[in-house]
Design a protein around this ligand. Structure first.
Ligand code: IVH
Length: 680
């Protein structure tokens, strides 16, 4: 009989062999065996796994696909915040970057790692002892979404790192992207079969990696390039950024081949110029270069601002211009009901991307450009910004070119439109807007609903974007009010809705009727009215009924509310259709509590509190809002000015820092007594 030990050994070497072939095929484009031979090895692996329960299947190539669909993505807390980068547009900005650094550090010998800035979706990969255990999106930098099930399907990402002596825990960061030719091919297929197309490869990737069902991501041609790290185990270190990238590459993680180390800003500029020339020839989108100080101790010395590291900068490509013809002008409705004229263009390539639409902002802009349908125009695209029409070629204008008229009725619900002056920030531009909150214009209504149920609004858990799309398409929900009449039957018509989540969802919908007035106002998605302003409105007016009777001047008297916001509020709340709708809603048994005025007796008033780790007793958002109600300033990084740190499970470097700075630590389990004690 073959011993357990022998089986384990042959299993491990088979895993290793398959991993090596995966790497050769997906990362090196250089397979050594045929697909059939590969399939045979894979089958052998599956057979072994099926037959022997004692085998450790962690990191096995067999765990790439096949997770059951989940009803919602879980939260993914970043131990080290995932920050953004400062931008440089001109060479001057790069010299400034160097000057700022030289003013701060003793070592004047700087090496710069110059890297293509991949225009994809940032991802964080957590490896423990060489095994991929978790992956998450960036989210707001502090908290993203758990996308492990999808990331595991990306063949270029090793489920088990090559080599040995890996750190106990490391967070590796990179960019998931889709190659241009694959994207164009797929989009053409989608168009042909009347499916949803994607505006650009980045949107396509973002949509793919947030799918609940990993089979969808598995079928899409997603790739990755690794560019940085987050949390790194304390007893593991790299000599430099380049050393780190080389190590990653030895672990079989894909690194961009065009990364170069240089030792002067002049060479950085040369690199950027060469990269600009190469941009169109690359089979993936880049929107600039990232320049990083290579020396890790200098990186540490320079540190971070709240938004970005001080040791790196993104050199963005200059805006690109091109010429084409306007075929039509359509009016697109945004979530808050504003109609934006969009020029439909004869497709033209700019920076390797095909452009077929450009924004015209509003009617005044059309007048300023003196644009007509059929005109030849100059368009401009800067990075990921929506392309703009910048000039009309009047010499090429034909007499038959038609003037563009303002629509009189909403293109979606055919109800009357309102015209208003947006006083700031674009001084005196007239806008067109639908007044009807329940306008059934698909995209607007869906977006309104998604906003209505979102965490900071009505906080209805479990009603994801895809479910809303389906419910609107199938006409199960025709007005926001219909949410509160959903029952088990309503869900039977939907694809892939697990039985057990139906009850949770219905509970969550009912629970949302008891909320704060501020969250309810915010949920209505009125232009310019964010959560803070909603809180101020709630404190001032106390009930919805009082708000119905408020005048423009009453609104202006509220903190933070200027002329634009108050006219939006007035126009929204005085519109009969909205009033009727809100009364019907509140008749469903809503209990809208007014915002507490921060009592100066709260012992936590103005205290700075940081939260780290996974909380089990409460969600992060809820805790944050509870603390804010007590007048706390919730901070994301820890300094000597932080008063308390609330810690959950798996807290990493922040906890260490708090201990080092002697900051009082509150454990998750002691939270409720801590809050009670400090309430007043
Ligand atoms: S380093 C603190 N290197 O660009 C951020 N980022 O605009 C350090 N990106 O969030 C990241 N290519 O997702 C780095 N070679 C590269 C990159 C890169 C693309 C993304 C990244 C980052 C975003 C900032």
């Amino acid at each position: 009989m073959v011993s357990k030990k022998d089986i384990k050994e042959s299993y491990n070497s088979l895993k290793e062999e398959i991993n090596r072939h995966n790497f050769l095929y997906h990362n090196k484009d250089n397979p050594e065996i045929s697909d059939t031979e590969y399939d045979k090895l894979f089958l052998k692996l599956l057979k072994l796994e099926n037959e022997h329960n004692f085998l450790d299947k962690n990191g096995s190539p067999s765990s790439r696909v096949g997770d059951t669909p989940q009803s919602n993505l879980k939260e993914f807390i970043h131990e080290v915040p995932m920050l953004s980068l400062d931008n440089a547009f001109e060479s001057e900005d790069l010299f400034e970057f160097e000057k700022r650094i030289l003013n701060k550090i003793k070592d004047k010998n700087l090496n710069y790692s110059c890297e293509p800035k991949i225009d994809g979706v940032a991802v964080s990969l957590i490896y423990e002892r060489g095994i991929l255990v978790k992956a998450g999106t960036r989210g707001d930098g502090e908290q993203g979404e758990d996308i492990t099930h999808n990331v595991k399907t990306i063949k270029q990402i090793p489920l088990e790192l090559n080599g040995s002596h890996h750190p106990n825990k490391i967070e590796i960061r990179g960019e998931i992207f889709c190659e241009k030719n694959e994207f164009d091919k797929l989009n053409a297929q989608y168009l042909k079969s009347n499916q949803k197309t994607f505006a650009n490869p980045r949107n396509f990737v973002a949509g793919s990696i947030r799918q609940l069902n990993s089979e969808i991501a598995a079928a899409r041609p997603l790739k990755i390039q690794i560019h940085s790290s987050g949390f790194v185990d304390q007893n593991y270190s790299f000599k430099s950024h380049q050393d780190m990238l080389n190590t990653f590459s030895n672990w079989n993680l894909p690194i961009n081949p065009d990364i170069k180390l240089v030792n002067s800003i002049n060479d950085v500029i040369l690199y950027c110029e060469k990269l600009t020339k190469k941009r169109d020839a690359l089979n993936y989108e880049i929107d600039g270069a990232v320049i990083k100080i290579d020396n890790l101790s200098i990186q540490k010395e320079l540190g971070f601002s709240s938004r970005s590291p001080k040791w790196a900068i993104a050199k963005k490509f200059k805006a690109e211009e091109g010429s084409t013809q306007v075929v039509a002008v359509n009016f697109q409705m945004g979530r808050t009901g504003t109609l934006t004229p969009v020029a439909q263009l004869k497709p033209v390539k700019l920076g390797g991307v095909t452009i077929s639409n450009a924004t015209l902002h509003n009617m005044d802009e059309i007048e300023r450009l003196d644009l007509r349908i059929g005109d030849f125009v100059k368009i401009k695209r800067a990075g990921d910004v929506i392309p703009k029409v910048i000039k009309v070629d009047k010499k090429k204008r034909k007499e038959k070119n038609k003037k563009i008229l303002s629509p009189t009725n909403c293109p979606c619900c055919a109800k009357e439109l309102s015209f208003f002056e947006e006083l700031t920030p674009n001084l005196g531009l007239s806008n067109i807007s639908s007044k009807n909150l329940n306008c059934y214009g698909y995209s607007q209504f869906k977006e309104n609903l998604k906003h209505f149920v979102s965490r900071q609004a009505m906080d209805i858990d479990g009603l994801g974007s895809k479910t809303i799309d389906q419910m609107v398409d199938k006409k199960i929900i025709k007005s926001i009010k219909d949410l509160y009449f959903l029952n088990e039957e309503s869900f039977k018509q939907l694809d892939g809705f697990a039985e057990k989540s139906i009850n949770n969802l219905i509970n969550s919908i009912n629970k949302s009727k008891k909320t704060k007035l501020s969250n309810f106002i915010y949920a209505l998605g009125i232009k310019e009215i964010g959560l803070e302003t909603s809180k101020n409105l709630s404190k001032r007016f106390k009930t919805l009924e009082n708000i119905f009777h408020a005048s423009v001047d009453d609104f202006i008297a509220v903190d933070d509310i200027g002329e634009v916001a108050s006219s939006n509020l007035y126009s929204f709340f005085s519109y009969e259709l909205n009033k009727k709708f809100l009364r019907e809603m509140t008749d469903l048994g809503f209990e809208l509590k007014e915002e507490k005025n921060l009592s100066s007796s709260s012992m936590l008033l103005s205290k700075k509190i940081a939260i780290t780790g996974k909380l089990s007793s409460i969600s992060r958002d809820k805790l944050k809002s509870d603390l804010e109600e007590l007048g706390v300033k919730v901070v994301s990084s820890i300094s000597k000015n932080t008063d308390y740190v609330i810690v959950g499970d798996d807290a990493g470097s922040k906890l260490e820092k708090a201990k080092a700075l002697n900051i009082e630590i509150i454990h998750d389990k002691d939270l409720s007594s801590f809050l009670k004690k400090n309430e007043n």
